[in-house]
Write a protein that binds this ligand. Structure first.
Ligand code: SF4
Length: 325
């Protein structure tokens, strides 16, 4: 994995307006994304993952608004400060999104080739029909679909094929950053693996960096190079994938791992006690303290910062000490 940064997010904050109140959905999130790497982001629903994805694309809608922070692409441009036209040019060409439930966004009664041609023509004006058709054929090939799919209607395709069309649409302009929000949800387990494999291959061919948002730890283990865990709008652990699974540091990560079935040992599923707090009434101090099995008094008062505990690991917990390399 290269150390060239494809996207640097600094102190990003996104809130929802509710009357006089600002509800923090993404709360001071910072992370680096390296060229060619796959960063998984996991968390329970409502932890801020999708809001983060939409804000990075500047596709969030009111009442969500960006309160502050930066998201700097490899070319030095800060997505958060781009004007409308610059953002239009950047979106899909520098970073693209495979949104949650994207396969349902395909128009079922418009042939795949027309939907793909629309996406190409929106950015590549002046291309001839032959040029566009050639590009459609290339894109379908990249996601493992035959040319004949171009002539089909989405309602004639299986869920896995539709999702691969959506991946093809996301890479029309060969972006350097791909954000895939729950790319395999609503697919059966076997198809999930195939779609994920296609996504990984496409990402490698383009040498793009990819953010994979999801909650399936198995798929993350298979695909991600690093994993970031979100809880109540904050990142609480960012770690290389192997270290995460072998030695999770944050108490929430430890509970996530212990709730997974293990093929090697017969172990009772632990589950995580309690539920994620409402963003309207976040607990004081560490937002995880009401559920944390090892919380101390200071956890109710002091907010733990996400800090390096090793050169390649960051954790937001008062109890996690710095570790020797
Ligand atoms: Fe638990 Fe305290 Fe660490 Fe939060 S800071 S995860 S409450 S030990």
């Amino acid at each position: 994995m290269s150390q060239e940064i494809a996207l640097q997010v600094n102190n990003l904050r996104v809130s929802y307006r509710a009357g006089e109140q600002a509800i923090p959905a993404v709360n001071d999130v910072s992370f680096s994304l390296y060229a060619g790497e796959r960063l998984g982001i996991v968390g329970e629903s409502g932890s801020g993952k999708t809001t983060l994805a939409l804000a990075l694309m500047r596709l969030h809608k009111p009442p969500a608004y960006i309160l502050g922070g930066e998201a700097i692409l490899g070319d030095g441009k800060d997505i958060m400060t781009l004007d409308r036209e610059a953002m239009r040019q950047t979106r899909w060409s520098r970073l693209s999104l495979i949104p949650q439930g994207s396969m349902n966004s395909l128009n079922p009664v418009v042939k795949v080739k027309h939907q793909m041609a629309d996406a190409i023509e929106a950015h590549e004006r002046g291309w001839t029909r032959a040029h566009i058709n050639k590009r459609i054929s290339e894109l379908l090939g990249r996601v493992g679909l035959p040319d004949s799919v171009a002539e089909m209607f989405p309602h004639e395709l299986s869920g896995g094929m539709k999702q691969r069309v959506c991946i093809a649409l996301a890479i029309v302009l060969e972006p350097s950053v791909i954000i895939a929000d729950e790319p395999t949800s609503a697919l059966d387990v076997v198809v999930q693996r195939v779609v994920m494999q296609t996504l990984n291959e496409v990402q490698q061919q383009l040498n793009a960096a990819m953010i994979i948002i999801g909650h399936d730890m198995g798929l993350m283990a298979q695909s991600a190079d690093r994993l970031a865990v979100m809880y109540a709008g904050k990142m609480v652990e960012v770690s290389p994938i192997r270290s995460f699974f072998h030695d999770p540091q944050h108490p929430y990560s430890q509970l996530l791992i212990s709730s997974l079935p293990s093929p090697e040992e017969q172990r009772e599923l632990a589950g995580i006690p309690g539920s994620q707090p409402s963003l309207l009434e976040l607990p004081s101090g560490c937002a995880f303290h009401p559920r944390c099995p090892v919380a101390e008094d200071r956890c109710k008062v002091d907010i733990p910062q996400l800090r390096f505990v090793r050169a390649d690991r960051r954790v937001a917990c008062h109890l996690v000490e710095e570790q020797p390399a």
